[in-house]
Design a binder for this molecule. Structure first.
Ligand code: AMP
Length: 399
């Protein structure tokens, strides 16, 4: 069975066509800079062959149409008919309290994803557009939703409750949900294997355009940095991360804005872009900082400091730390960023092998020094494979 996995993010759309017979990737690609100048699709297939389409891509629907076009392309495509796709697995951001596992998509599931847009304002609309574009192109192909919130369901109440009146939890289910769950599940699962001992205390730093941290004890999520929505936690590409909630009212008053307008600013115009003024993309922020841009330097300092504080607090929450793991776009590729985060954590037993750390990009590797008490690893995430496995299991009735 061939499964198409769609991961529609805020400004990007990743896809992979996976042959479940051997879990090999037949083709994969990335639509970048959706809605930003310079958008393009990069399609990879076969023996490292690459096909690029540079075109204005205003929204996710246009991006999905371009993916289908690339898969069916006479010269560079890998399919002769769209019917060769047995099922589509979609990464879906927010499942509220309704979904604690992956599920076959029907109208009710779509309605629920729509209902949770206020909880995932950057992603749920993009996920829905991906689902609807696929339905339009291949109406008979089953589609599965794999929720980012599912892995975090094992958190204890002391970690997921907010200190607001209890009735708001009962009436409105206001609590921490956490996101990037498929990635945290995949990466921490691999970390547990690498650690190889029955008891493990692992911190996963998923650092990408969206970023989140998780504390994983014996393979189960114990705490995570994102909350009711993906706005909470560390500083991100366009999101502020945690702040004093009173800032919302104060910003609204001073700038004559509605609460919704303030939240749009916190979701879309804050974080790396808000502080640096240069870009939401870490590569651009690094470049600006190298060129002497003081605000870009400040953004980098704030970013690394925030991640470092989570590492300290999760080590305390778990009563110690065995493995620290970096993953996602920044975590897998930005050696200097990882070094900045780990600087000063020797007291916790974290000691990088600086040379090895700087040499590791996009591959699994241990980056801690031989005498580091805590093992530090880069483990590339593979949300697509995790989604494809769930999708296969659901459509074949194994799940
Ligand atoms: P993701 O959301 O996981 O796709 O990650 C996207 C982020 O990874 C963007 O901020 C990119 O700038 C960042 N990224 C990718 N490659 C690098 C790199 N070589 N150095 C620093 N950041 C990178």
């Amino acid at each position: 069975m061939k499964i198409l996995v769609i991961n529609a993010g805020s400004s990007s759309l990743k896809y992979q066509l996976i042959d479940m017979a051997d879990e090999s990737v037949i083709a994969k690609g990335l639509v970048e800079r959706i809605g930003i100048a310079g958008s393009m699709l990069t399609h990879k297939y076969g023996d490292d062959q690459k096909y690029e389409i540079a075109r204005e891509i205003p929204d996710h629907t246009a991006a999905m149409h371009l993916v289908i076009e690339a898969l069916l392309d006479k010269r560079h495509g890998v399919l002769s008919s769209i019917n060769e796709i047995g099922a589509v697995g979609h990464r879906v951001l927010h499942g509220g309290e309704k979904f604690s596992a992956s599920i076959l998509i029907d109208k009710a599931v779509e309605d629920a994803i729509e209902e949770y847009i206020p909880l995932g304002p950057l992603h749920n609309p993009a996920n829905l557009m991906g689902i609807r574009a696929c339905q339009a192109v291949m109406p008979k192909t089953p589609q599965v939703a794999v929720f980012d919130t599912a892995f975090h369901q094992t958190m204890p109440p002391k970690a997921y409750m907010y200190g607001v009146p209890y009735e708001y939890y009962e009436k409105h289910h206001i609590r921490r949900y956490g996101f990037h769950g498929t990635s945290h599940r995949f990466v921490s699962g691999r970390a547990v294997e690498l650690w190889g001992k029955p008891h493990s205390r692992i911190i996963v730093c998923h650092l990408g355009n969206g970023s989140s941290m998780s504390a994983v004890v014996d393979g189960k999520c114990f705490d995570t940095s994102m909350g009711l929505t993906p706005l909470e936690g560390v500083l991100m590409g366009t999101r502020s991360g945690s702040l004093d909630p009173a800032v919302v009212e104060y910003m609204a008053m001073r700038e004559n804005l509605s609460v919704t307008e303030v939240l749009t600013i916190l979701n879309k115009k804050s974080g790396l872009i808000g502080i640096s003024g240069a870009s939401s993309d870490m590569r651009d922020v690094n470049k600006a900082a190298d060129e002497g841009n003081e605000r870009a330097k400040l953004a980098l300092e704030m970013w690394a400091y925030g991640v470092k504080k989570y590492i300290g607090s999760y080590a305390a929450a778990m009563g110690g730390l065995d493995m620290l793991v970096f993953t996602a776009g920044i975590g897998e590729n930005d050696g200097p960023g990882r070094e900045k985060i780990c600087e000063g954590l020797e007291f916790l037993g974290v000691k990088l092998d600086k040379e090895v750390n700087l040499s590791v990009r996009s591959r699994e590797a241990k980056i801690s020094a031989a005498d580091s008490k805590v093992e530090v690893w880069v483990i590339p995430t593979n949300e697509e494979l995790a989604i494809a496995r769930d999708t296969r299991d659901i459509v074949t009735g194994k799940n």
